[in-house]
Design a protein around this ligand. Structure first.
Ligand SMILES: Nc1ncnc2c1ncn2[C@@H]1O[C@H](COP(=O)(O)OP(=O)(O)OP(=O)(O)O)[C@@H](O)[C@H]1O
Ligand SMILES: Cc1ncc(COP(=O)(O)O)c(N)n1
Length: 279
């Protein structure tokens, strides 16, 4: 059910090496089949080996990007990733409040896989106060959920307790991602009357740069295409599992996951299209 005319927006940081951030989000939107748009909050000088520098964009240009997008092409879903500072969070929250924002996915990005702090410590309280309550779904990983709730997470039961605490902060749903625990990769979808477990085998792969950005953008894409929350998470979990399974070595550090661009089943003459894979 791809629809290249369904607009989906990411508000996030740029990753110059293309594995995470805005670049991963736009690749995911295209692969799943929606029209991707972007509001850049910060530029990172980043590669597979780490984040080397960050420059935040001004509040003014962040606000203007959001305004001109919403006033021209209203997104069917919006995903928020790296937001960096308290001022940027306030600007995004105040600007989004002027619009009818559908399907807001908040990925509370804090620390990159390489250990660089992408959210200033003083911004955490603002993220909790302003962005989490606006969200349709929040997608924390284990360390992020620990930061947000103050609860230490070692087991799936702890994930559930922390997830329920985040739900009480105002979003409609929480997807607690268990990629950082040991054993199977277990994610929990928690809502007022919802509790679903999404489980996949843990894949032994080193190249997992951008997994969090990818699954949150996949959820945003599926919601925009009209899937309900459970199906959106189920299909997005399948997407990230296959993207990790096919992740590859590029650069000298932790490489990116692989985005599959599915072709539409039929071309305009109704013929089956052939996918040609390059070696
Ligand atoms: N080794 C793995 N094998 C299979 N699935 C995994 C693996 N690692 C992570 N996942 C899955 O990938 C998704 C992202 O989870 P993770 O907890 O890694 O997010 P994240 O830490 O936010 O990512 P990032 O480090 O990019 O910010 C989840 O669905 C998780 O279960
Ligand atoms: C701009 C930006 N946003 C998000 C991430 C998190 O992704 P990861 O944890 O895989 O490094 C990142 N590295 N860079």
């Amino acid at each position: 059910m791809r629809n290249y005319k369904i607009p989906t927006l990411t508000i996030a940081g740029s990753d110059s090496s293309g594995g995470a951030g805005i670049q991963a989000d736009l690749k995911t939107f295209s692969a799943i089949g929606t029209y991707g748009m972007s509001v850049i909050t910060a530029i990172t000088a980043q590669n597979t080996q780490g984040v080397f520098d960050v420059e935040e964009l001004s509040q003014n240009i962040i606000k203007k990007q959001i305004e001109v997008v919403f006033e021209d092409i209203k997104p069917k879903s919006t995903k928020i990733g790296m937001v960096s500072s308290p001022e940027i969070i306030l600007e995004i929250s105040n600007t989004l409040k002027k619009y009818d924002v559908e399907n807001l996915v908040v990925d509370p990005v804090m620390i990159s896989k390489s250990g660089y702090s992408l959210l200033k410590p003083e911004a955490k309280a603002k993220l909790i106060k302003y962005l989490i309550p606006m969200a349709y779904i929040v997608t924390p990983n284990v360390p992020e959920a620990e930061e947000i709730t103050g609860i230490k997470i070692n087991t799936v039961e702890d994930m559930k307790i922390a997830g329920i605490k985040i739900l009480s902060m105002g979003p409609k749903y929480v997807l607690m991602k268990g990629g950082h625990l040991e054993g199977d990769a277990i994610d929990l979808l928690i809502g007022e009357e919802t509790f679903e477990i999404f489980k996949s085998k843990r894949l032994n792969r080193k190249n997992t740069h951008g997994t969090g950005c990818t699954i949150s953008s996949a959820i945003a894409s599926h919601l925009a295409l009209g899937y309900n929350i459970k199906d959106s998470v189920k299909l997005s979990k399948e997407y990230i599992t296959s993207a990790i399974e096919n992740s590859f070595d590029i650069g000298h550090g932790v490489g990116p996951v692989h985005h599959f661009y599915k072709l539409d089943e039929k071309n305009t003459k109704g013929e089956e299209k052939q996918l040609i894979l390059a070696e």
